[in-house]
Design a binder for this molecule. Structure first.
Ligand code: PEP
Length: 253
């Protein structure tokens, strides 16, 4: 049985002033939600503050990116060990904004995946196709290439302690959402691809696959109801405690 995970990706949003009411709002509303793992991924600079704010709660802390290197002369980069100093458990890697705006290749994302796991943190590996790729029937080829870049290096075992997020790029921050059927189709494809790398389907059946792309309280329930969708990676709606809680509630069942 896979426990749903709802992860809020705050991206480059928030101020020292705004994060406290946001976290406090989430904390208050979560008292009635116990069937879901809830994760928040603030900007690096607020990890310490958020870590303090969620102390003694079940809320988990994650980062939005990390370096593939251990330490050293890498100006502006953040290491896994640094994240561990602030009680991070998860790291989002390969988000489409990192891939498209900062040129991160699937090979680099695979290096980050390995680094994150080596340090004992859990990677959330994002994959997703562009609109033109979907329209030209290349969705599975694109997702397959992004996923195989990691699977070829770590095998299915590498996904024992990992999360995958399917985020169609055309649905991120656009208000467009994949239909639950479109999302389920890709989630099923992803699970089958993981299974190709093992002799039985143990890891494939256990790995959590999140959907991301304009998830809101009013569409979350029908998306999360699909059999291979194990929660969501939430951008815009993670910035308002009521919306984020509405999505957590939908995942709670
Ligand atoms: C995201 O950036 O991971 C995301 C899913 O954003 P939004 O929910 O705003 O589409």
């Amino acid at each position: 049985m896979r426990k749903p995970l709802v992860a809020g990706n705050w991206k480059m949003n928030g101020t020292l002033e705004s994060i406290t009411p946001l976290v406090e709002g989430i904390k208050q509303g979560l008292t009635s939600i116990n069937n879901v793992e809830v994760l928040i991924c603030p900007s690096f600079v607020y990890l310490s503050n958020v870590s303090d704010l969620i102390e003694d709660t079940s809320i988990l802390l994650g980062a939005q990116n990390v370096s593939q290197e251990d330490e050293g002369a890498f100006t502006g980069e953040i290491s896994c060990n640094m994240l561990k100093d602030f009680d991070c458990q998860y790291v989002i890697i390969g988000h489409s904004e990192r891939r498209s705006l900062y040129g991160e290749s699937s090979e680099l994302v695979a290096e980050k995946f390995i680094q994150v796991q080596k340090s004992g943190l859990t990677p959330i590996l994002c994959v997703g196709e562009l609109l033109e790729e979907r329209e030209s029937g290349e969705t599975e080829a694109v997702i397959g290439q992004q996923l195989r870049a990691v699977l070829d290096k770590v095998g299915a075992e590498g996904f024992q302690q990992a999360v995958i997020a399917y985020e169609p790029v055309w649905a991120i921050g656009t208000g467009l959402t994949a239909t639950p059927e479109q999302a389920q189709e890709v989630h099923g494809f992803i699970r089958d691809l993981v299974a190709e790398y093992e002799s039985d389907r143990t890891v494939a059946e256990q790995v959590r696959i999140l959907y991301g792309g304009s998830v809101k309280p009013d569409n979350a329930k029908e998306i999360f109801a699909k059999q291979d969708i194990d929660g969501g990676l939430i951008g815009g709606a993670a910035l308002k405690s009521e919306d984020f809680l509405g999505i957590c509630q939908a995942a709670n069942g």
